[in-house]
Structures are given as structure tokens and as C-alpha cells.
Design a binder for this molecule. Structure first.
Ligand SMILES: Cc1ncc(C[n+]2csc(CCOP(=O)(O)OP(=O)(O)O)c2C)c(N)n1
Length: 586
């Protein structure tokens, strides 16, 4: 792409962006590549603030065609002259936004190139009818038949056919550069060049050069590639090759990482789903192209008729669940917190408004670490909390998560469950899941007049900080809030009446978050003037990429940070008041 296009004058727009490491190497970032995904280092995705060559930031899929088309239209409006080429994978092409962009591009007839990287893979094998359609194109045009038909096919492209035919002849083995009729070409207003072997550089260059000559509308260049090509044994390990960690280039084996002691929340989710689905055949599991990432892979194996991978289609997934719930099923959509942002209106309009029994299992809620701002799941509390009907909860550990899964599924209306990336706490999960009371918090430690009210992943760090505080004579009450909606106003008010200081702790944006919900309870009940509330969470800023432990520490979202916050609040209160209720800290 960099050979054919004159970047950064020509605009390359990458979909998702994680495939753009080679682009980073070629655009001045080779020496920094070893810092990728680490705090202070290069982003794992494209970022406009990282390089002039990064024309559009991404991390979520299916945006490149809309953004690229916007650039092409702006170019035309400004009467400028450059190429816009969007690179998109076959799975992202099936995402709703990409389809909407194709619809508009075919209508506008602006000069715009789409390079389709078709490796038949999403992270998992690609699913869906579009994927089958792309396969049919390949099957219909076997290598040999293309060879025979190439002259006719190339020649049939209005205006440029002769040049295409000539290009194909000049490139050794450029036989697969055929132009096929098909829905994308004829019906949707795109020209089609393909398919080409994406690993054959001269062939790909020839196809892109031809695409550049098409000046009366959009064109798709269909390139076939193999995911992980060039790495040792890619076929054997294709899941891992989507986003591999450091590995030995000779053997392809990953460098040993320290083995996690406890199963991940994702694993516990997958196993618990299988357990629950075994005893209730109305439960259905959904993933949007993340079967292994969400644990739904286990369910797909065990209950193939009641588990669905809908592809990169979060909006559709949500409304698909709504439809099933209308017919009495109990769908559970396992979607990362960050990707469910895509389905916001569907959650509101299709699920909550109609009070349907759909469970949203939001994995990777909180700070995810190396993937950075596009992937942190920090908004779900705020974006769900403002609308009626849904109940929202978050477990302190994996055992409570199992109970919450059952509670959410059995709840007759919509329910959301958020849990963090990574390992659980290593607690015993052998007990069968049991329902818990909706809207009821749990007091995990009784204390004096300082209270820490924590949500989900922040309960254990709060308990640890309380242990440390206790050694210094400060005995905080610690509350595991369990629910942010309905929030346990009774417990919060009881704690507030006994406390001078309340610290709320959440792994989420503060604006509209859990602490805000606590403040609302106190304000509505007129007790705000008797208690000082300090909210710990993520302020109004973009959270960078890096080691999640370090990032959490930056926001005082660990035992140490909570401890220090309590101590400093007590200090400032005792400094300003003569009250002896709160013991001073030495
Ligand atoms: C909205 C959204 N949903 C899910 C993901 C997770 N995800 C990242 S890459 C990927 C697969 C992309 O496959 P494809 O478009 O074929 O590109 P490839 O990686 O195979 O080149 C998925 C599902 C995402 N980034 N954005």
C-alpha cells in the first residue's frame, strides 16, 4: 500500500488498526516499535496524534469505509486531488457501519478505493452470509478458470478494461486479477477487482494501480491472505495469531508467562453458562465475533443450537436478543463493555423500553491495559444507569458472579452484569449458583465512622485497604454495593448516618457512575450535609494504554490508593474540626 500510494498525501484508512504494525514500521516508528502497547510507548492501534500517516484512529471495527468516504467527499468539496484507500478485513466488512458506508458510497460515485483483506478469519473463523458470499466468489473463479477468462473479464470493465487487461499481462502470474460481476459490483455501484493473492506483492501492486485509475466511483480490490502467514505454524494456532504476545520466532511458541493461579472471569462465565443452560433450555448465549474472548466458545461447542456468533454486529446482537426474549427465550449477550457501546440505542429502544428479559454480560469492564483508550470499558455504568427498567450489578469475585448470572437471567426484565478482564480472586466456585436479592448490598466489614462503598472489582482492594487501616486504629465499614441499579438506598443511608466520611470506589468513569448514584441517594434524602463523600474512579480524561495495575494505581484504584485516600480525608477532617469522633492518624 505504501509503495502504490503517496502517503501521507494519499490517505490510508485502516480498519480496527491492529494490523498496522508494518505501517508503523514504514512510517518512522521502527525504532520505537519495541515500546508498543506499553505505557508511554506506541499505541497498538492507529492514532492521529501519533503520526501524520495515521489518518484515522480506530480500535473498534468497521469504521474505515465511513471515515474514508468522508475524506473522499471532503477532498472533492475542496477540489483537491489525492487517493483515499480504506483497508478492511472480511469480518469487519460485515459490520453494520461498513454496510451503511457501502450503501452511500455506491450512491455518491466518489473516487474511493477499498482494499478488502479476506483471510476468512475474524479472530475466530469468519461467520455469516457475506463470508459465504465471498467464498462463493472464490469457488466460482478457481485459479484456472480465471486464467482462461481473465482477458474477457478485465476487458468488460467500462472505461478501464483495456488497461486492466494490459496490467494483468505485464505482471507475472497476475492471473487472478479478474473483474467479477456480483452484488457488490453491479447492484451497489462498486467496481470489483479480484480476487488477488494478497501475499503476491507484484499482483497486489498491479491491482491497486488499476484501482487508482478508476475515477468515476468506488472500487473494491479483493485480496486473499492467510492469517499469520510467515509465522511458524500459523494454521495450528490461528486464534493466537490474531494478537500474539511475545514468542520465539524459531518455534512459534510463546515465551513462558507466569501461570495465572485462578480461572479468569471469562472462563467462569463460559462454564457457568453451560451449567445454567443444561437446566434451562430457554437460555441462549450470544457473542459478537468474540467467542474465545467471552467464553461463549465453550457454549458454542456444547449447545450449538442455542449459542450464536453473530459476527462483528453488536447492534444486531442486542436486537436479535430482544426478538428472542419476545418469544420467551432468555438470551445472554456476552459483549465486552467497550463494544456494547455500539449497541447503546438498541439496549435502550429495543430492550429496556419494552422491558425484555435480556442479560448483558459485560466482560472487560474497567481498565483493560495494553489495548488502551479504545478498549477500556469505563462507560457502561453511566450509559446504562440513566434509563428505566434495567438492573445493573457487578460481582466482587467469581463466585458472586455465578450467583449474579443466575439472578440476571431469572430477572424478568433487562439486566446488566459487569466484570473485569483477567483472573478471578481464586475463591471456591463449587457451589451451585443461587439467586441473590435484587438491589441489596452486602456489608463485608463493620466499622466506625468511615465507610468505603465499593462496586464490583473494587471490593477486594477496599477490604485490603481496610485491613491495613485497622492496623493503624481506623476501622472503616466496607460495603459491597453489588447493585448500582436499583441501588441499595437503605444500606447507604444507614451507613451515611453512622459515618463522617464515605469513600465510593469504582473502576469506571466518575461522571454518571456509581459514586454519582450514591451522591444522588444522599442528596435525595437530605443527608449530604452530614457526611463528606469522596468518589474514587476515573476522572474526565482519556486513559492511556499500559500495565493495568499501574493505570489503576494512577487513579488510586488499588488497596494502597484507597488507604491513602482514607488517611488523607481523615487528616483534612480532623485538621478542620474539633470533633473527636474520628481518630487522627499519626
Ligand atoms: C466493534 C468491534 N467489535 C469487536 C471487535 C474485536 N475485534 C478486533 S479485530 C476483530 C476481527 C477482525 O477481523 P477482520 O475484519 O476479518 O480483520 P483481520 O483481523 O482478520 O484482518 C474483532 C472481532 C472490535 N475491534 N470492534
Amino acid at each position: 500500500m505504501h509503495y502504490v500510494f503517496d502517503t501521507p498525501n494519499d490517505k490510508l484508512v485502516w480498519d480496527v488498526g491492529h494490523q498496522a504494525y508494518a505501517h508503523k514500521i514504514l512510517t518512522g516508528r521502527r525504532d520505537e516499535l519495541h515500546t508498543i502497547k506499553q505505557e508511554g510507548g506506541l499505541s497498538g492501534f492507529l492514532r492521529r496524534d501519533e503520526s501524520d500517516y495515521d489518518t484515522f484512529g480506530a480500535g473498534h471495527a468497521s469504521t474505515s469505509l465511513s471515515a474514508g468516504l468522508g475524506m473522499a467527499i471532503a477532498r472533492d468539496a475542496k477540489k483537491e486531488d489525492f487517493h483515499v484507500c480504506a483497508l478492511i478485513g472480511d469480518s469487519s466488512l460485515a459490520g453494520g457501519m461498513a454496510m451503511e458506508a457501502i450503501n452511500q458510497a455506491g450512491h455518491l460515485k466518489s473516487r474511493f478505493i477499498v482494499l478488502l483483506n479476506d483471510n476468512e478469519m475474524s479472530i475466530a473463523p469468519a461467520v455469516g452470509a457475506l463470508s459465504r458470499y465471498l467464498n462463493r466468489i472464490k469457488e466460482a473463479q478457481s485459479y484456472q478458470s480465471i486464467k482462461e477468462e481473465i482477458g474477457d473479464a478485465l476487458g468488460s470493465v467500462p472505461g478501464i478494461g483495456g488497461k486492466l487487461r494490459a496490467a494483468a499481462k505485464t505482471v507475472k502470474d497476475a492471473i487472478a486479477a479478474a473483474v467479477l460481476p456480483g452484488a457488490l459490483v453491479n447492484e451497489l455501484g462498486f467496481k470489483y477487482i479480484g480476487y488477488v493473492d494478497g501475499h503476491n506483492v507484484p499482483m497486489l501492486v498491479a491491482a491497486l494501480e488499476e484501482a487508482k485509475k478508476i475515477d468515476d466511483g468506488p472500487v473494491i480490490v479483493h485480496a486473499l491472505t492467510t492469517k499469520g502467514k510467515g509465522f511458524p505454524n500459523p494454521e495450528k494456532n490461528y486464534y493466537a495469531y490474531h494478537a500474539t504476545g511475545p514468542f520465539d520466532p524459531k518455534t512459534g511458541l510463546p515465551f513462558k508467562s507466569s501461570k495465572a493461579v485462578a480461572p479468569t472471569y471469562t472462563e467462569v462465565f463460559g462454564e457457568t453458562m453451560c451449567e445454567l443452560m443444561a437446566s434451562d433450555d430457554r437460555i441462549v448465549a450470544l457473542t459478537a465475533a468474540m467467542p474465545d474472548g467471552t467464553g461463549v466458545d465453550k457454549v458454542l461447542e456444547k449447545f450449538p443450537e442455542r449459542a450464536f456468533d453473530v459476527g462483528i454486529a453488536e447492534q444486531h446482537a442486542v436486537t436479535f436478543c430482544a426478538g428472542m426474549a419476545c418469544e420467551g427465550m432468555k438470551p445472554v449477550a456476552a459483549i465486552y463493555s467497550t463494544f456494547l457501546q455500539r449497541g447503546f440505542d438498541q439496549v435502550i429502544h429495543d430492550v429496556c423500553l419494552q422491558d425484555l428479559n435480556v442479560t448483558f454480560a459485560m466482560d472487560r469492564a474497567g481498565i483493560v491495559g495494553a489495548d488502551g483508550p479504545t478498549h477500556h470499558g469505563l462507560l457502561d455504568i453511566a450509559y446504562f444507569r440513566g434509563y428505566p427498567n434495567i438492573i445493573l450489578m457487578s460481582p466482587k469475585d467469581e463466585a458472586e458472579m455465578r450467583d449474579m448470572m443466575l439472578t440476571a437471567i431469572e430477572h424478568p426484565g433487562p439486566a446488566g452484569l459487569r466484570y473485569p478482564r483477567g483472573s478471578g480472586r481464586g475463591v471456591d466456585i463449587s457451589a451451585a449458583p443461587k439467586k441473590i436479592e435484587v438491589g441489596k448490598a452486602e456489608i463485608v466489614r463493620e466499622g466506625d465512622d468511615v465507610a468505603i462503598i465499593a462496586y464490583g472489582s473494587m471490593v477486594y482492594p477496599s477490604m485490603e485497604s481496610a485491613d491495613r487501616l485497622a492496623k493503624e486504629g481506623i476501622r472503616p465499614t466496607v460495603v459491597n454495593a453489588r447493585f448500582v441499579k436499583p441501588i441499595d438506598a437503605e444500606t447507604i443511608l444507614a451507613v451515611a448516618r453512622e459515618s463522617r466520611i464515605i469513600i465510593t470506589v469504582e473502576e469506571a468513569y466518575l461522571a454518571g457512575g456509581f459514586g454519582s448514584a450514591v451522591l444522588e441517594v444522599l442528596e435525595e434524602n437530605g443527608v449530604l450535609d452530614t457526611v463528606k463523600v469522596v468518589r474514587l474512579g476515573v476522572p474526565d480524561e482519556i486513559v492511556t494504554h499500559g500495565d493495568p495495575k499501574r493505570l489503576l494505581a494512577d487513579y488510586n484504584l488499588d488497596a494502597d490508593g484507597i488507604y491513602k485516600t482514607v488517611v488523607s480525608q481523615i487528616r483534612s477532617l480532623t485538621a478542620g474540626q474539633s470533633s473527636t469522633r474520628i481518630r487522627a492518624v499519626k
